[in-house]
Design a protein around this ligand. Structure first.
Ligand SMILES: Nc1ncnc2c1ncn2[C@@H]1O[C@H](COP(=O)(O)OP(=O)(O)OP(=O)(O)O)[C@@H](O)[C@H]1O
Length: 256
């Protein structure tokens, strides 16, 4: 297994993540991933869909550097990595402002700078006015916004999302999808996003990657042709339905 933080000579600098023949077998013998090839470039938003337990979260953990792969080549060309989980993971005793400042604080950023960075991130996610609130006084969608803001203070070049909206109601989820698209187009990070929702995958992404059941491997890739910013109404067009149908079909084939 090779983990490097600089791009290999043969790749371009816009390639932020490059997996070649990556595999992951845990010490208990479970092989979660096998033969995964994946590249994510600046300006791309790649969503991974796949059956439960096929290794999607493992893939993200490897991308973040939290878990080393056991085989293959893993190249992540940036240290500015944002990571958002399904659970907003806010500290309950800290206000929104103090939660959003947390990563900058852990990175030793001076108070004045991190206050300014947190204020900017809070504004970007639409939480201005809620700086002094504690997490328990926020809705699920607002907590997720605070979690997004916390990662935004790192000014990520590569943003990893592990099913961040899976626990939210449909309307809140759709609203956050639109806000995430806005952030993606404004902030210019590369996104790697996991979801169980085919519609969310197609709506958000430049590319949708379908994984097979465990050990997960990529069985099909779909380029999404819709321009950004995306009109929420595209979800009701025949083109969208056709693409979502193809992704669902690949997902079912990968299952069997
Ligand atoms: N630390 C670990 N030790 C042993 N097995 C693990 C470990 N972490 C994950 N696994 C196993 O690896 C497989 C892939 O897990 P992972 O969480 O990556 O799947 P997933 O596709 O994200 O699942 P879901 O969609 O249900 O969240 C599962 O069978 C899981 O039980």
């Amino acid at each position: 297994m090779t983990l490097t933080t600089d791009p290999p000579a043969e790749t371009t600098t816009t390639e932020l993540l490059h997996f070649s023949d990556v595999a992951m077998t845990f010490p208990n013998g479970t092989t979660a991933l096998s033969g995964v090839d994946l590249t994510v470039k600046k300006g791309e938003f790649v969503t991974v869909v796949g059956p439960s337990g096929c290794g999607k979260s493992t893939l993200l953990r490897i991308a973040s550097g939290l878990t080393p792969a056991t085989a293959g080549q893993t190249n992540v060309a940036t240290k500015r990595i944002g990571y958002v989980f399904q659970d907003a993971t806010l500290l309950p005793w800290r206000t929104v402002q103090a939660n959003v400042e947390l990563l900058a604080e852990l990175n030793g950023i001076p108070k004045k700078t991190r206050v300014a960075e947190a204020a900017k991130a809070i504004e970007l996610v639409g939480l201005a006015g809620f700086e002094k609130h504690l997490p328990k006084t926020l809705s699920g969608g607002m907590r997720m916004r605070a979690s997004l803001a916390r990662s935004l203070t790192l000014d990520p070049e590569l943003f990893l999302f592990d099913e961040p909206f899976g626990a939210l109601d449909e309307i809140t989820r759709e609203r956050l999808n639109d806000e995430l698209i806005k952030l993606f187009t404004e902030q210019q990070f590369a996104g790697l996003f996991i979801t169980h929702s085919v519609s969310e995958a197609v709506y958000l992404s430049t590319r949708v990657v379908v994984m097979s059941g465990r050990p997960g491997k990529i069985v099909e890739t779909f380029d999404v042709p819709f321009a950004y910013p995306r009109d929420p109404e595209i979800r009701f067009t025949p083109e969208f339905a056709e693409l979502a149908g193809e992704v669902s079909h690949a997902l079912r084939l990968g299952h069997s």
